[in-house]
Design a protein around this ligand. Structure first.
Ligand SMILES: *Cc1c(COP(=O)(O)O)cnc(C)c1O
Length: 233
């Protein structure tokens, strides 16, 4: 099983390197989305050189963080955030990709411990304006960014999106292009952003072509997610 994981890891790394090379782009950071996967699998990827891992649920992440305390991992929170869950996220993560409200950003800033550097933060954008998806609407990105950029214990790094599932790669690329445009608008407004968290396993080439700096990949690395993590360590 570890062999499979190693093979998939090398295959994903190879695809990213190849796409970046043929597009003459800087290869994005690979964020290994480990939700519903075991801490043993995370440890295996760590041994192969992977450092950044993404989790969507605090309770699940907590168990894994405890089991992996001996490793210098970089933890990214990528799931929906309820107000009553901001404290552990502010205390234990390095990045949060899924902020969509000023109130959440304020709480994260207030609850970020003083001895830690500011929390790296991306705004999640509902780029295709889907009723079912979370995220701030495109027209509200600039005002939200302006409202939170001065908060002392967060550092606004950029934008994240999950585009609508579409077969047509041209349309997918259009969604990534739109997110990149919104990022450029923040830069023109004087915000030093450097991050576009966009692209997953089936559209990473299109995302890289539009300037992705973080790819979020789960299944293509770890295989199918377990229904429940009964024995996460
Ligand atoms: C689960 C998840 C991913 C990874 O999805 P896979 O299909 O497993 O690659 C990426 N981004 C977010 C926000 C997720 O919740």
């Amino acid at each position: 099983m570890n062999n499979d994981l190693e093979q998939r890891y090398r295959a994903v790394r190879g695809r990213i390197a190849e796409a970046a090379h043929s597009l003459q782009a800087t290869p994005p950071l690979l964020l290994a989305v480990s939700k519903k996967h075991s801490s043993a699998a995370i440890r295996t990827l760590y041994m192969l050189g992977q450092r950044d891992f993404g989790e969507s649920y605090w309770q699940e992440a907590e168990t894994k963080m405890q089991a992996l305390e001996d490793l210098d991992l970089v933890w990214h929170f990528i799931g929906p955030i309820q107000s009553n869950k901001t404290r552990p996220i502010a205390e234990h993560f390095h990045w949060v990709h899924s902020v969509e409200r000023e109130k959440i950003a304020r709480r994260l800033s207030e609850q970020r411990p003083d001895h830690l550097p500011p929390l790296n933060l991306c705004l999640q954008v509902n780029i295709d304006q889907e009723a079912s998806k979370s995220g701030v609407l495109p027209e509200a990105v600039l005002p939200l960014a302006q409202a939170i950029q001065g908060l002392p214990k967060i550092r606004l790094r950029g934008l994240m999106c999950i585009p609508r599932r579409r077969e047509d790669p041209v349309q997918r690329r259009a969604s990534f292009h739109h997110l990149a445009e919104l990022g450029r608008a923040l830069a023109r407004a004087g915000m030093p952003i450097d991050t576009l968290s966009m692209g997953m396993s089936d559209d990473l080439e299109a995302a890289i072509a539009e300037g992705s700096t973080i790819l979020r990949i789960g299944t293509a690395l770890f295989g199918e997610r377990q229904k429940t993590v009964t024995n996460p360590s």
